[in-house]
Design a binder for this molecule. Structure first.
Ligand code: WTA
Length: 637
């Protein structure tokens, strides 16, 4: 496979960038021509950001799985599409060729059809990182069902909220999942969620951990039994459903500044073009390379750069079930060595945690196969960048620092490996086709260099969010209303003297904990569910490994003298309501929260206290009760 849209030098980058800004439609039409369409578009782009209404490749017909699977069969049929590494290194890995993957996706697509799933239906997928998760996702896309993958760290309540929001009638899950030395009882969590969701009429369960599970007659079926039925019926092929370029491909829930996660919707045509285009260019993928993205498919990084981007490019993608520190902290490096991984795409939080184990686990393995390293999810601090560069890349692998979001679908600002220069802790330059700008709080364009502001994007790109599921107004107010005619990212940003972008973090009430997005309002809602809590306020604070930690100030009715137990009760409550990923790192019981006379909680003050920046608190005399601030500082943990 060759990639006519691949940019190979700095000069080509400059030329492509210029063309993409002068003639975006011509630029994207040319990129899109390398894909397989059943019918070509009538118009490349129609858009306005007021509503918003964005249509890419209008009138075109396609199926993304034909691009990710069928079109590679002739040339790459016997090449590995997915290498799967299990949690336990003693268990056998699996190597799934493009031909096998095509076959399995077709079979499972028929299972879905056989179970009544139709084009446009929503299917919720709550599985561990097993190849069948990839198969389930692609099988949905094959028949035009809209997948909604939920990360395994979310609770029953979170799943129920998402199932209701999406009105998903079908769930695909596993009996359990392995993660390091833990076993997560996925089916049991689903059962708890379904108590609130009687509309779900089918649950397909894959056996992974052999954990005993309850199976309801008429509703719950085994994956393997359903495959056998399909085999008996001889239904091995499944022609791909013809989709409109703007038909939804998937929903992925993500946190915002309100208490309720939003279902970000991506569509078939634009998402396909952008994920593969950005995959090839950022990582400079060369056919035959082994690409290892350590994310979970429950997040956007897994959707775009474990599955759709690499498979669209006919790449070999390595999917890892386990965690970086089990059975020991050399697990990533052992995998790199064993499979001769060429591209490693991971998160700063993982790097920081592995740095803590020293070089022993690194030096035990041969990392000579590595060509490119990538980082995503949060700003990468200079120390982690240098460690990665020296000890993993041995000074010879370009590091791409990729800035993007669930809503952008693919990488937006990043250097391109070996093509455009890196600068530690900078995402550097926009990809051709991306037009970032900085604005001040009033929405005024900030021109020139060596400036900071709110990061916005001026022109649509093919994988821009189309809507928030079931609530288009929310999409408009969240992303397109803050600054007229701009997509607002929610991130603050600095542009240096040479025009390189450095993302400085969220400017809204969204936290980034170990690269996971969590809304402070969501955590507060969960804390407030605890019977003893009167009110709470949650802020982020710098955390050595997680990037940000969660600091909760809680006004509690009565701790019965056992504050520690009450703290744990609150943690349990948050775990039940959202999931273990949202548990506060610190809970401070306080007598009151700093409020203005109109009753607004002064989070800025709480943030400064959590960051130990007491001098920066400023004037508190206008508060309803200035003394609470002194009290909070005195008892700070
Ligand atoms: C942050 C993950 C700095 C940012 C793909 C963004 C980053 C949010 C970077 C999106 C980076 C992601 N440098 N910050 N390279 N990558 N972020 O939706 O705040 O889970 O808005 O998407 O993560 O998180 P999300």
């Amino acid at each position: 496979m060759s990639y006519p849209y691949q940019i190979r030098s700095q000069e080509e980058y400059k030329a492509a960038y210029e063309k993409s800004i002068k003639d975006p439609e011509g630029f994207w039409a040319s990129v899109a021509s390398s894909f397989l369409w059943r019918k070509r578009w009538e118009r490349v782009l129609e858009w306005n950001f007021e509503q918003p209404d964005v249509k890419w490749f209008k009138g075109a017909k396609l199926n993304i799985t034909e691009n990710c699977l069928d079109r590679h069969l002739g040339t790459l049929g016997n090449k590995p599409a997915i290498i799967w590494e299990p949690n336990d290194p003693e268990e056998h890995h699996r190597m799934i060729t493009y031909r096998d993957l095509h076959h399995k996706v077709c079979q499972f697509a028929n299972v879905l059809k056989n179970n009544g799933v139709k084009k446009g239906d929503r299917v919720c997928i709550y599985m561990g990182m097993v190849p069948e998760l990839a198969i389930a996702v692609l099988a949905c896309a094959r028949i035009g069902a809209i997948h909604s993958v939920i990360f395994g760290g979310f609770s029953a309540q979170s799943i129920a909220d998402r199932l209701k929001d999406a009105q998903a009638l079908t769930v695909i899950t596993c009996d359990g999942a392995y993660r390091g030395n833990k076993e997560i009882p996925l089916k049991s969590v689903i059962d708890d969620a379904l108590v609130q969701c009687p509309f779900v009429n089918k649950v397909i369960v894959l056996t992974r951990t052999h954990t005993p599970v309850s199976m309801l007659k008429g509703r719950d079926v085994w994956w393997d039994d359903e495959i056998r039925k399909i085999e008996t019926l001889g239904l091995n092929d499944c022609p791909a459903e013809e989709m409109d370029a703007e038909d939804p491909l998937f929903i992925l829930y993500t946190s915002g500044s309100t208490g309720k996660p939003k279902g970000v919707v991506h569509t078939c045509g634009g998402y396909m073009v952008y994920t593969t285009y950005s995959f090839v260019n950022v990582f400079q993928y060369t056919p035959g390379d082994i690409h290892f993205c350590t994310a979970d498919i429950g997040w956007i990084t897994g959707h775009s750069y474990i599955l759709y981007g690499p498979l669209g490019a006919g790449a070999t993608t390595l999917m890892f079930e386990g965690v970086p520190t089990w059975p020991d902290a050399g697990r990533f490096w052992q995998i790199v060595d064993e499979y001769k991984v060429n591209i490693l795409y991971t998160a700063p939080t993982a790097i920081r945690s592995l740095m803590g184990y020293g070089l022993g686990p690194v030096n035990a393995h041969n990392l000579g196969s590595l060509k490119v390293l990538g980082s995503v999810g949060e700003p990468i601090n200079e120390e982690a960048w240098q460690w990665l560069n020296e000890n993993i890349g041995k000074g010879k692998c370009p590091i791409v620092d990729t800035w993007w979001q669930t809503e952008t679908g693919g990488i937006m600002i990043s250097n391109m490996a070996g093509v455009t220069p890196a600068k530690p802790s900078y995402a550097t330059l926009p990809l051709p086709g991306i037009d970032p700008i900085l604005v001040d709080d009033a929405g005024k364009l900030i021109e020139g260099n060596d400036v900071s502001g709110n990061l916005c994007i001026r022109h649509p790109w093919p994988s821009i969010i189309r809507t928030t599921y079931g609530d288009h107004e929310r999409c408009r107010t969240n992303y397109f209303a803050t600054y007229p005619n701009l997509y607002f990212t929610g991130d603050g940003c600095y542009r240096d003297a040479n025009g390189n972008y450095r993302i400085t973090g969220r400017v809204d009430d969204v936290l980034n904990v170990s690269g996971h997005r969590i809304g402070t309002a969501e955590v507060e809602n969960a804390i407030n569910m605890h019977a003893g809590v009167i009110e709470s306020a949650v802020v982020g604070y710098p955390h050595d490994i997680k990037g940000q930690g969660i600091y909760a100030y809680v006004v509690f009715a009565n701790t019965h003298g056992n504050e520690n137990l009450s703290r744990q009760d609150i943690m349990q409550t948050v775990s039940r309501i959202i999931g273990p990923i949202a548990k506060p790192d610190k809970i401070q019981f306080v007598s009151g929260l700093p409020k203005t006379r109109s009753g607004k909680i002064m989070r800025r003050i709480l943030r400064k206290i959590a960051e130990n920046e007491f001098e920066a608190i400023g004037d508190t005399s206008t508060l309803l009760d200035p003394l609470v601030v002194d009290d909070i500082i005195k008892h700070k943990i």
